[in-house]
Ligand binder design. Sequence first.
Ligand SMILES: [Zn+2]
Length: 240
Amino acid sequence: MRMCGSVYARDPSRRSWSLCREGSKAVLPPVTILWPCPMSVGAYVQAGREIEVPRPDCPSCAAPMWWWSGYHRGVRQEGRCYRVFVPRARCRACRVSHALLPAFALVGRLDVVESVGAVIEEVASGGAGVRPPAERLGVPHTTARGWWRRFWQRAERLAVAFAALAVELGGEVVTPGRDLKAWVLSAMAAAWAAAVALPGWAALGGWRFVSVVSGGRLVSTNTDPLSIVVGKRRFMPPVP
Ligand SMILES: [Zn+2]
């Protein structure tokens, strides 16, 4: 992203105009959009505020949005912490700003999705529990256990949603087996295999794909709605 639109974000008068305009009216809460960033964390960090992010349309009204400053947050990969810039875009019509989170990050989680995915995959495949992958990835085992618990609470919903997505994308049909762990992993793998055929997804890797289409909420609470978006297509996941 060349911050061409950010001239508005940095212009204090523009900002106060907007704040005034919002004044007494209710403002919708900010939303996080995961964008399919194929870059390594290191390359992303190096790009800083000059990071090139495709300008999104508003997820609510489809109007083009303006860059609207941004903020920094932490990301941990293999035990190392990075400070990354997260640009914001704003829809004037809806008066909502949206954070553009790169695909390697998860909403409300410090660790990259590849770490979370590695723990999920290892535990679900019947490995030795969360400790070995947590140690290898430089993550406290209590954190890794928290990921697994959250994931497991939502496993059935995720399995149903990703199995349906795989079919929607023209991929393999994954039928529920007796083993939920195997089902959810194979549903995600089937959706990913189908997505690789679509333009732009192959460079991402499976876990970034899973994160992007589920809005960075792979290990959210079970009460958090599960929304599946692939590019501009929104899929209503069936309820198990
Ligand atoms: Zn809008």
